[in-house]
Design a protein around this ligand. Structure first.
Ligand code: SF4
Ligand code: SF4
Length: 463
């Protein structure tokens, strides 16, 4: 193990020397064989490559060009046959929140280990617990939803209003933002009352049907932090903190945007990790922020990979939605499989192609295995190993990486080449010591011997 780590560190060092010494031009010879754009070939740091600009006014004043990090991006569809590059092959059924991974663990339907582990898997690292607890402050029904102001204020046309909402999200420190047509199947069929606990009460008493439907969704995205990811194994003590960092930031941004829209006289409901009424991956696709990946339902962004978390606002504010995007992720996942090789629970399928699942095509990865590992990992808190090793992230911010993304987004043959280069340089599987800034408390990482006793019952709010 030590030998393997040393080898990886050596590979990482070689890569950085390689980049610093300007020898990357040699690699560009290889890359050049796939016709690198002139902007990349001269080794400058390009802001975007092969970028298809959105229609005038479709993006933002603060970020006039959306940063896809060099990937070659085209637009896709959101209709009854496609959601971006995901093929709809039947009726997509709305999901019951009680059947989501962590809730299955709370209900004892995954394993005894998962049942015991789910109670403390985030707060067992005090830093992740602190961030998570403060997100709870904006998780109440009053924070995420409410009545709109009785009078509608005069607002700009949908195109300008969309630009304004994106600018507001960037102002509030979102890393990315998109607007989509809200897929009705992304709403939960039933939501779990925030005041009920699936561990101690029958599921029928814990859920209520979701009837709210708004036509648009605003999705805000925050990076889980590149340097931290480079220093981490992907499943050590900081893993839950990385998730919570982005959940906290996106959750607060979504709550503010929803409140703002309601004060303009329109309906708006925030969805974040402490109070969802919808599943997030289809929203990421609908808002033009990503494609599904081999991991099953995790969506990746062309620049961030899936080193991200999102929150959303569903609304009837008149907006002009973005189109979903296609940057070649599905072709890449077909030939890559690095996350499947590196997943500590073997939850990610090595199959080449997606299969039908609930009316759409996705890879047959196993949510229950993933959930069990994340809630009962005794080497840290949670897990994001797949996110770390994915060739679409875990990179220095360099022209070389941007060139790689451009290559990777151009078909299966090029994806094979990029994956080989990624492996050759040890990308994704190394831990860079200079970035390991957090403290570890391995004595806190054990899962409890039993589930805690039921807390005193709380009154449920009316819905
Ligand atoms: S989060 Fe960890 S356990 Fe889950 S799929 Fe990713 S690598 Fe596997
Ligand atoms: S590691 Fe490879 S297979 Fe897995 S999500 Fe990333 S690109 Fe796809």
């Amino acid at each position: 193990m030590v030998e393997k780590t040393e080898q990886k560190q050596k590979l990482g060092m070689n890569r950085r020397n390689f980049l610093k010494a300007g020898m990357a031009a040699t690699a560009m010879g290889v890359i050049g064989a796939i016709k690198a754009p002139a902007k990349l070939a001269n080794a400058a740091v390009p802001s975007s490559v092969n970028y298809l600009a959105p229609a005038k006014g479709q993006w933002s004043k603060l970020h006039p060009e959306h940063n896809y990090g060099g990937a070659s991006v085209t637009f896709a569809e959101n209709n009854d046959q496609w959601l971006g590059t995901s093929k709809l092959v039947g009726t997509v059924k709305n999901t019951n929140e009680a059947d989501m991974g962590f809730n299955l663990a709370r209900r004892g339907l995954i394993s005894d280990r998962a049942h015991r582990g789910v109670y403390n898997f985030v707060p067992k690292h005090p830093q992740g617990g602190a961030i998570s607890a403060t997100l709870g402050f904006v998780g109440t029904e009053d924070a995420v939803d409410g009545k709109p102001a009785p009078e509608k204020l005069p607002i700009p046309d949908p195109e300008q209003m969309s630009q304004h909402i994106r600018d507001l999200a960037y102002f509030l420190r979102a890393d990315e933002v998109g607007i989509g047509k809200m897929p009705s199947y992304a709403y939960y069929s039933h939501k779990v009352y925030p005041t009920k606990d699936l561990a101690y009460q029958p599921v029928e008493e814990c859920v209520y049907p979701v009837t709210q439907r708004y036509p648009y969704v605003i999705v805000v995205m925050v990076d889980q932090h590149l340097e931290t990811m480079l220093g981490s194994t992907g499943y050590d003590g900081v893993s839950a903190s990385q998730s919570m960092r982005s959940y906290h930031a996106t959750g607060n941004i979504a709550v503010i945007i929803a409140k703002y829209i309601r004060s303009l006289g329109y309906n708006a409901r925030a969805h974040h990790a402490r109070n969802y009424m919808a599943v997030m991956p289809p929203l990421i696709l609908a808002a033009g922020l990503g494609e599904l990946t081999r991991t099953g339902d995790c969506a990746a962004h062309p620049r961030l990979g899936f080193r991200l978390k999102v929150a959303a606002v569903t609304t009837d504010l008149p907006l002009l939605p973005n189109k979903p995007i296609d940057f070649g992720m599905l072709d890449f996942c077909r030939v890559c499989g690095k996350c499947a090789d590196e997943c500590p629970s073997k939850a990610i399928t090595p199959d080449k192609d997606p299969i039908e699942y609930n009316g759409y095509l996705r890879w047959n990865s196993d949510m229950k295995k993933c959930t069990e590992f994340r809630v009962s990992n005794e080497e840290g808190s949670s897990c994001g190993r797949c996110m770390k090793v994915c060739p679409w992230n875990s990179k220095e911010d360099s022209w070389f990486h941007e060139a790689g993304l451009w290559i990777g987004s151009r078909g299966e043959a090029n994806a094979k080449l990029l994956k080989s280069i990624d492996d050759m340089f040890g990308y994704g599987t190394e831990q860079i010591e200079k970035y390991k800034w957090w403290l570890e408390w391995p004595e806190l990482y054990k899962i409890p011997a039993s589930i805690p006793p039921a807390p005193a019952p709380k009154a449920s709010p009316a819905h």
